[in-house]
Design a protein around this ligand. Structure first.
Ligand code: HEM
Length: 129
């Protein structure tokens, strides 16, 4: 599971840097928060999760790990789209649904992750490898 997370993370890295270059080139700095979330949540946080689940594969492959994977990866694109849409002039109701839906799924995934770490990440695993 760890490798899958890392592959998704590098795609966000590409998107975040590309978006940053576009913002810089066109001087459209209103998307700074969206750019920052693509890079910091999409790239850095996703990569950190991938490394943790690579070191502790029993956590990444657990039921909580699978729930974490799907809630996070379904929720984050909607949250980012909603953040982008705020300055793209989409109707407020669309933004509310997308941000609450995506952000809610992401928040649930983070709860699943924290529970998973306490339940399935054990230092004894490291000493066996
Ligand atoms: C080629 C690479 C990148 C370019 C061209 C770029 C470009 C930009 C631009 C134009 C801004 C807006 C600055 C402003 O509002 O005055 C910005 C903000 C920001 N960028 Fe990047 N960026 C790049 C990579 C990254 C990476 C890799 C990260 C994090 C891992 C990152 C994190 C941030 C953060 C946290 C902000 C502040 C957002 C805010 O205050 O609203 N950027 N970047």
């Amino acid at each position: 599971m760890g490798a899958r997370w890392i592959k998704i993370a590098v795609l966000y890295f590409l998107l975040g840097v590309g978006f940053g270059l576009y913002m810089h080139a066109t001087v459209q700095l209103q998307w700074g928060a969206t750019h920052a979330h693509i890079n910091v949540v999409g790239w850095l946080t996703t990569a950190a999760i991938g490394v943790i689940y690579s070191v502790f594969p029993q956590a990444g492959n657990s039921a909580l790990g699978i729930a974490h994977f799907w809630l996070y990866n379904m929720g984050l694109p909607f949250l980012l789209f909603g953040m982008w849409a705020i300055y793209a002039g989409l109707p407020g109701i669309v933004i509310q649904i997308v941000v609450w839906g995506g952000g809610g799924a992401l928040a649930l995934s983070i709860i699943a992750f924290i529970l998973n770490v306490f339940k399935n990440v054990h230092s004894s695993y490291l000493s066996r490898t």
